[in-house]
Design a protein around this ligand. Sequence first.
Ligand code: GLN
Length: 565
Amino acid sequence: MRAREVRPPAPAVPPMTAKFVFVTGGVVSGLGKGITAASLGTILTARGLRVSLLKLDPYINIDPGTMSPYQHGEVFVLDDGAETDLDLGHYERFVDVSLTRASNVTAGKIYSEVIAKERRGDYLGATVQVIPHVTNEIKERILRVAEAADAEVVIVEVGGTAGDIESLPFLEAIRQLKNDVGRRNTFYLHLTLVPYLSGSEEYKSKPTQHSVQTLRGIGIQPDAIVCRSRERLGSGLRDKIALFADVEARAVISLPDAATIYQVPLLLEASGLGAYLLEQLELGCGPADLRAWERLVGRITAALDVVRIGIAGKYVELPDAYLSVTEALRHAAVVHDVGLELRWINTETLDPADRSVFEGLHGIVVPGGFGHRGIEGKIAASRYARHQRVPYLGLCLGMQCATIDLAREALDTGDCNSTEFSAFTEHPVIDLLPEQRDVTEMGGTMRLGLYPCKLLPGSRAAQAYGEALVYERHRHRFEFNNRYRDRLAQAGVVFSGTSPDDRLVEIIELRGHPFFVASQFHPEFRSRPHRPHPLVRAFMAACVDRAGLAIEPELPGGAVAIQLA
Ligand code: GLN
C-alpha cells in the first residue's frame, strides 16, 4: 500500500505591500547586471521609495569568503560581518543603504538549510525535492528581506545566465512568486548583450531573442529587456527585439557603454525605464530627483587633471579583486575634481630592489590579501613610500606589510614577519590572537564586520574623521603584536586607532611623513559616491598635493594650466 502523500505547507506569504523587481541576465556573463540592479535602486530611491536589494547566487559555496578572487573578484563585507558578492558593494554604493547578510542568498545556504530541516524532521515524512522544498526556501528568503527592510520595492538579482543548470531552482522560485504575491507586484527585467559585428557593421538581436526564449522556456516572460551594447541602439532594432521578445517597444531599453558606472542610473532614467516600471507596478510616487548624480557624473567626466596612484597587489590582472578600493579612490578623487590614473603593480613578480615601478606615483595603496605570495613586494612598496615621502594608504594586509617594513628597520633585522607568512620568524610583529589559534575551519571564522575604533586626539586619523570613535568593517585573522608597540613608537609610529579597550591596534601612522596611514580594517567598504571615506579622502588630498596640482592663473580662453610635479 502506498503511503499517503505528505505535502509540505506552501511558504506563508505575509500580507505584502512590497513590489518585486527581478533582474536576470542572458547571452553572456559580465554585462553589468549588478550595476543595472543597483542603478534601478538609485532611480527608485530618487523618487523617495524605500528600496532593498538582494542577490541570489547559484553556487554551492555558503558564501564567497572561501573563494579565490580569480573565481569571484572581491569579497564584499557588510556591517554584520557577512562575506558577500561584490554586487552588494554596488548596491550599497548606488542606493546608499547598509545591507545585512539576508541580502546575499547562495545555493549553499539554501541547501544546507533544507538539509538541516530534513534532519530535524521538519518535513514530516515528505520526499524532499527541488520543487517545492528548495524553491520554498528561496522564496521565503526573498520575502524575508522585503519584511525586514519594510521595503516598498525589493530588487532581486539572479546571478549567472539564463540557461545555467545551477540557476534553474532560483528562476523557478521567482517564477512562482508572480502568483504568490500577485502579477501587479512583480516585474521581470532581463539584461542581454546586443553584439556589434564589425564585418557587416550591424548590431545583432539574435542572441537576445534566444536568451528570451530560454527564459520563456522556464516560464518567465520578461516585462522589459535592457540591451547592453557599445552604442545606443536605434529604434528599428529595439522594435525588432520588442516584437520577438513580446514586450512593448518602450520596454526595450538601450544601455550603451557609459563613461563611468555612475552614469548608468541617469541613462536608465533617461530611457524611461523608471516611469515604465512604476506604471506597470502601479506605484504612485513623485518624480526622480537625480541632481546629485548629475553633479557627480559631471565632476567625474569634467576632471582634467590626473592623480597617479599605484595599487600594489597580487591580482593586478583582475581589477575586480580590488573593486571597492578603486571605487573608494574614485569617490575621493571627485572631491578634488581630479581623475585617477591607476598603475597596477604586480607584487608577485616585482623585484624588491627595483624601485622603477614606483617612480612618478603620487600615492601608493597596498590593499588587503591573504597568503605569502607577493608579500615582499608589498613590503617594498611601503618602504619606497616611506623613504620617498610618497603618500601611503595600507588596507588591512597593507597595514600588516607596513608594520613588517617598519619593524625590520627599527629592529635592524630582516627576520620580522607575520606568522601568516613565516611561522617561526624571530619577530612575529603580526600574529594570531590567542582565540584565533584553535580555529580549524576556514569559512566565516575571521574577525568580520563592524568593530569600534578609538582615535588618538590630534592624530592624522582623528583629523581626517573629525570624530573620536568610529566603526569600521573588518576581515582578517592576524593582528598587530602588542609586544612591539613601544619599540615601534620610539621609531616614530603613532598608534592612532585602537579598539576601545586598547587591546587591538586598528590604525598606525607615521610621524613626520606627508601621509602614511594604514588600517587593520577596510575603509573602502564604507565609502559612498557622495560620501567618500574620510581616510581615503585625506589620502587623496595628500596625493593631489604630491602631484603639485596647483591652479595657475587663467589662460586665454578660460583654460586652466595645471602643473604636474
Ligand atoms: N591575511 C591577513 C589576515 O588574515 C590580512 C587580511 C586582509 O587583508 N583582509 O589578517
